[in-house]
Design a protein around this ligand. Structure first.
Ligand code: PLP
Length: 411
């Protein structure tokens, strides 16, 4: 049956639960009208009228680019030099990193994460991920013929450093190398952001563990530019300066969320290490991988990022700040009501989603289905329900936690 295709790989088709629920929600909207449906499935930023946000500062700049800029190939497989430089500047901002670095342009944050997995791990090795996580990490590991092992994200309301350490130690003992994903700040789907102290503990532990083999941390910062305190959002990166020469960090940056330009497929992998040769070794593999897969990323998307974040930086920041504030208002409404009625959710600090805490798998499925029956559409994740407040108006957020709690109590 599978004779025409790769043998040594998982052949199961993608199970796209999100797509299924999104289409159920859309059918319900078509039948009953959007005012009667709560569609908390969409993981992109929507305005108060229910329209996708496409920032004017971003797309007016894009539209002003010369057609030839849009037509052209990028100048290199690893991205245009000015783009690579500006991604580094944007990612670290005022943080002074005492580390060697390189940036590889990638198609979105997805390209940065998948290229890191593929070029750091050998087939059959294990990628470490959080137990509640963006589903694609697992798909990316699978296509690289790697396994995944999860650490528990939380210990009460804090990052579970004990579980992180245990998981890393186990994997290190097995394969003599660790690649662990930390999706921070604004973790998808819980909205947790680690403290600087938690990051210090992570890096100190990586240094210790690196006596047994190389340690690579993949910090996925897809939602960083929706931090509520943007000026302090990069403070944790100071912890990176503590790492020794057996530790490497790859920061996966995405223009999709930062610029609301999901479809322009632009992002970057920022490689950080003490020694230039170590940075260069991963850079070479990533560049070859780019050449052998997507070749190069859209020239105009790169040029646009550079222009928006330099020439139009202040207007762009001001325009985006309005939406960050909107997100904050939506989440405050939802959280206040959830606290009032005792609806449990994972520790939320900032970001696109709040995730309800439901640890019993059977109850989780029944709760999710019962909400759908009441026209509340959400996404079921491991041990929880993801509520995409990024795409719900403040009005729709009002009373939502109460309704959810009533449904949960009725089960
Ligand atoms: N990381 C996380 C946690 C995400 O949720 C996403 C997108 O939803 C991405 C990375 C990558 O997005 P993109 O490839 O569009 O940049």
């Amino acid at each position: 049956m599978k004779k025409f295709i790769r043998q040594n790989i998982d052949h199961q088709p993608i199970v796209d639960n999100v797509f299924k629920i999104v289409s159920l929600a859309n059918d319900a909207i078509a039948k009953k009208g959007k005012e009667n449906i709560v569609n908390a499935t969409i993981g992109s930023l929507y305005d108060e009228d229910g329209n996708l946000v496409a920032l004017d500062t971003v797309f007016n700049t894009y539209n002003s680019l010369d057609n030839r800029t849009k037509a052209k190939y990028a100048s290199s497989f690893s991205g245009n030099p000015n783009f690579r430089q500006q991604v580094y500047n944007w990612v670290v901002q005022d943080t002074k990193l005492d580390l060697c670095h390189s940036v590889i342009g990638t198609p979105g944050g997805s390209g940065a994460v998948s290229s890191t997995i593929l070029n750091v791990l050998d087939e059959g090795q294990t990628l470490i991920i959080p137990h509640i996580a963006w589903g694609n990490y697992k798909s990316m590991a699978t296509i690289a013929n790697c396994k995944v092992q999860a650490y528990q994200m939380f210990d009460g309301d804090a990052f579970n450093i004990t579980s992180f350490k245990e998981t890393c130690r186990e994997v290190m003992a097995r394969q003599g190398k660790v690649l662990a994903i930390i999706n921070d700040p604004c973790h998808n789907p819980t909205g947790y952001s680690m403290t600087v102290e938690e990051w210090n503990q992570v890096i100190d532990f990586c240094n210790e563990l690196s006596n047994e083999g190389p340690v690579i941390i993949l910090d996925d910062i897809a939602y960083i530019d929706y931090s509520y305190n943007l000026e302090r959002s990069r403070d944790y990166m100071n912890a990176f300066n503590r790492m020794n020469d057996q530790v490497m960090i790859v920061v996966a940056f995405s223009c999709s969320k930062t610029l609301t330009s999901y479809g322009l497929r632009c992002g970057g992998a920022v490689i950080l290490a003490k020694n230039h040769e170590d940075v260069r070794s991963l850079e070479i593999l990533m560049e070859k991988h780019a050449r052998a897969s997507w070749s190069n990323i859209p020239n105009a998307a790169m040029e646009n990022f550079v222009k928006v974040t330099t020439e139009h930086k202040d207007e762009f920041n001001a325009e985006k700040a309005k939406y960050v504030d909107l997100l904050r208002q939506r989440c405050e409404v939802f959280k206040k009501e959830a606290d009032e009625c005792g609806l449990a959710y994972y520790p939320y600090k900032e970001g696109f989603f709040v995730t309800l805490k439901v640890e019993d798998d059977d109850l989780l499925t029944r709760f999710h289905e019962a909400m759908i029956a009441q026209d509340i559409y959400t996404i079921k994740v491991n041990k929880g329900i993801r509520v995409a407040l990024c795409s719900l108006s403040i009005e729709k957020c009002q009373g939502l936690a109460f309704k959810m709690k009533d449904i949960l109590d009725s089960l």
